[in-house]
Ligand binder design. Sequence first.
Ligand SMILES: Nc1ncnc2c1ncn2[C@@H]1O[C@H](COP(=O)(O)OP(=O)(O)OP(=O)(O)O)[C@@H](O)[C@H]1O
Length: 909
Amino acid sequence: MTGGEETKKKPVAGGGARGGRKGKGKGFKGKGGPKKPFVKKNVVITTGPNGEQIEKRQRGLRKKKTKSATAAAAAAAQKPKEKVIKNWEKVEIDTNSFNHFAASGLVGLEVIDAGSYNTYESGGGKGKRKSVVAEVVEETTSDTESEKKSSSSSKKNNKQGIVLHEREKEEKEGAIVDAKHKNKKAKKGNQQQQQQQEDNKNRNSEEFKQKKKDFEEFRKEQRVAREQKKKEFQLQDRIAPEAADTLDMTVWESYNLDPLIIKGLRALGYERPTEIQSQVIPASIQSGNDIIGAAETGSGKTLAFGIPMVNTILKYLRAQGEDVTRSTLPQVGLLKKDNSHKKLLALVLCPTRELAIQVTNHLRTVALETSLRIISVVGGLSQKKQDRELNSKPEIVVATPGRLWELIDEGDKYLGDFTNLLCFGIDEADRMVEKGVFREIDSILERLPQYQLHYKKGQNDEEQEEVEQDEDEDQEEQEDAEEEEQQEEDGEEEEEEQVDEDQEEEEEMEDIKDIEDIEDIEDIQGMEELEEIDGDDEEIIDFQEGEIDPDDFQAEEVGFEKFTSVKRQTFIFSATIVGVHDEQQKDAKKKKKYANKELTPLQTLISKINFHRKYKLIDCTLKKLTAHSLKESKILCNLDEKDQYLYYFIDRYPGKTLVFVNSVDCIRRLLAILKLLKVVAFPLHAQMEQRQRLRNLDHFKREKNVILIATDVAARGLDIPGVEHVVHYQMPRTIELYVHRSGRTARSNREGISVLFVDPSEQKTYAAFTDKLEHEILDFPIDFKFMPAVRERIGMAYDIDKQSFEKKKVSDEKNWYLRNAKAIDMQLDDVFYQSDSEDEKDKQYREKSRLNQLKMTLDAVLAQPLMPSGVSRRYGAGIEEWTNKKNARATLDLEKSKSKKKCDGFWEF
Ligand SMILES: Nc1ncnc2c1ncn2[C@@H]1O[C@H](COP(=O)(O)OP(=O)(O)OP(=O)(O)O)[C@@H](O)[C@H]1O
């Protein structure tokens, strides 16, 4: 088709289709039409009385002068023409018709290209020709009426495909439609006006006021009910009041904690602090120092920093004369209080949403008797709810860095104002500063206010000078020491034969204590000193007895920078922030790589966080790194045997099992297989919707015999009661991840087991792990008599999965073609639509029945207990003994299990 250009030069063709156009006209296609014609859907371009072009919506609702109107008007003035505007005409077109339109001055026809026209014809049109309605304008200078008529009639008989007919009928139809539309619009306008008048009237009426009041009451009730529900939920953690009354809380009381916190702890049944809590709480409350805390997984680190935080805030609020006891009034009442002056008092950062929500709930439980508002700021949840919660100006916010920074960046004033921040915490701190994980953390840390060095103006000037002087001296000493060290090293190199370098380094290493490692860190930052807590020689310099003077809580501007005199306390916690890294650092020293000064996570944090001049490192981690009550085991196997051992484990050792894998694809594959094997399993990974993630976690918490298959999104911090087993289906990428994953079980002194699956390709990593763990991971005892039955089931599940996958693939492919063909108006071969050939049908039928047969067989097999080979079901001999499922924790005697399985591709251990 070649008419495109002509039509464009003489901008006549516009859209005016009213007929049932099915395909999406995309302008001209075909051999000769490289340029698209001037096409506008539902718009008609006509020439006005003064020669200007008028763009008219199909239904004549809007008229607008086009840009070229003036130019056209000028041209019309030069060469006056007689214009005959014809009315709507119905035309039928085919692929060659456009030339004719253009040549005969036809405007307002929406172009139907060859493709869409044909599609229409073969797809749904059943041989009918395409009809459209077009407005026809003929420009004539001397045509007589009769000539016009003949021209019109010649069109009627035109062999090129344009047939004009039923002009009058169409004209009427068009007019009717327009009129109807106008009426409808007018009616709607009237109705809206009436409604508005009525609304205005009602708004002033008593009835309306009452209705509004009722509605507010209703909302209030709803909110109270929600609050109630929340409280009830929190009460779930509580023990019976009678039992709570008998608890001896003297240890807690000795820490000078707020009575409301002790009340909360009593209700929770926490009679005494855990090891890390007993070290952190007095140190932070009495000295006000910043704390870096490390302790094994599940040892109560959250409350180790949570209790001092809540305590500090309560003290601050009491000092401000606020009532901090839990109000018996509904929260709604509290919300109505003027809280515009309030500022954020505590902020905790966590790496995952689930963990942030968990920490929030944990803090709420100890603060239940108080009026404190604690909320989580995480992505993926209701924005409205989060806004509402933030409007209530919560004292404590627990957030993920990404979401928090997003809100600060958007200009959230409350979240972005750290000037009154009394407490700042980072949970799972080593993860938070891992390279490239949370870019936002740096921006957040940069916003933390700088300290003014004196808490009370003028009070500590001399002391400060002394401190600074000491600092300079220390630095000089340090520089000298470094110089000496360097000289020594140079000497060593020169006298290689005289000194056994390795020997010397070993000796050197023995002398190096953890604290010296940290001193190096301080050098990087220019920090004064680090205290390691050892009870007696705790030094309290700038904050006596943890007292908080309300006068101190003011920000003031010094020079160009904003300083604050608020003493912010910082808490940095993780199970793996020290220990492993210290070892790594020592290794590095050994190998003389220390010159690279690659910072460990702990060093990175210290260099980024504006700590107090005194902070304490409290390290309660065990040498073994993992929790003391955890039994660790491994299964060495080939890659293709992992599914078998997983099924074996799940079947023989039922319970709450968390299976860790390294990829989402692996989760999907395992879920499909386990589903066929009738194992209840839920997924958890970062690609899931947040609500679904929380729902699955909830299922896993509530159900007894259940599997959660997760990526490392669940590796850190999650405190799910009653997790009995952790399976590392794939090797964790780092030793820290191994510690955290394993730590989802064996929490709070409870027992738990972890099983590490190792295939030959993972053996190198495994060897590196055992080096660092400094203990052997024993073999998991496997009763190999069960394995043939396990293999049979797994084999059938694979078969079914493969066939279902093939079937789905074929139908997915077909659907893909259909979808895409529709999207681009492509005509597919009829063959595509035709049902499959008889042979094909037959094949499909056979495959389907084979699949059903397989499923039925597997179901029948699964209905029986897993039996060891050689035991006959028929005679029932010893069945009970074999079918008794075991509890892994109770029966697993790893010490005795030396049942090493021979496995291809492994080195000798
Ligand atoms: N003093 C206490 N007495 C009894 N139970 C406690 C006490 N403190 C905390 N717990 C309980 O111990 C469990 C583990 O606590 P938490 O989640 O804080 O451990 P964690 O050390 O942070 O673990 P992870 O390193 O895995 O994050 C929680 O269920 C908590 O309720």
